[in-house]
Design a protein. Structure first.
Length: 191
């Protein structure tokens, strides 16, 4: 039941209509549509029949006319074998020059890549660092825990490496990410 919250009064109830008595009291079953009694007028019927007959006659005439029209077929006469003319002389000489040409490409040597290390975490407690090292070991990688003295005290860093170049270090970082260890950073290796 809908309530009008502005007026805070319940809506008025509708009063049921009075029941009919007599033959009109019986309800109709199913959907009944009031359709006007359509009668087709005689001129309209004659006009429609004439249009259909004319259409059929035109189609028959077109079919007969299409069959009786002569078909012109072009018959190709066989070619007599004639000698083909000689191919023209080439005016350019670059084809022969390019066949014998060699191109020297100078490839600079790659600069020696510096070794890298990966630092995955840094903890105040050595037990936390060992726990992280164990997680990394279960992924098949070897990690180390290094104790370093910082300005705020002793830190235990979990590192992997050294790796010979940046690409190998990134591949290891991706493997760590697949294992659920994120935010590992790649640093240049220093002893």
């Amino acid at each position: 039941m809908a309530v009008d919250y502005a007026k805070k009064k319940p809506p008025k109830r509708r009063v049921a209509p009075k029941k009919r008595q007599g033959p009109a009291a019986k309800p109709k079953t199913g959907a009944v549509r009031n359709q006007p009694n359509r009668r087709v007028s005689l001129p309209r019927l004659i006009l429609t029949a004439t249009a259909v007959i004319v259409f059929v006659v035109v189609l028959v005439l077109l079919k007969k006319q299409g069959n009786s029209a002569p078909v012109h077929q072009q018959v190709k006469q066989p070619h007599t074998e004639e000698a083909l003319p000689a191919p023209p002389q080439e005016q350019w000489s670059y084809i022969e020059e390019l066949e014998n040409k060699e191109v020297e490409v100078v490839v600079p040597e790659r600069a020696a890549s510096r070794p890298r290390l990966i630092q995955c975490a840094s903890f105040r407690n050595e037990s936390d660092a060992d726990e992280m090292r164990a997680k990394i070991a279960f992924m098949g990688l070897e990690a180390q825990v290094r104790a370093t003295q910082g300005q705020t005290g002793m830190w235990y860093r979990v590192i992997l490496g050294p790796f010979e170049n940046q690409r190998v270090a990134q591949a290891t970082t991706h493997k760590l990410q697949r294992g659920g260890i994120n935010n590992c950073q790649i640093w240049n290796w220093t002893d």
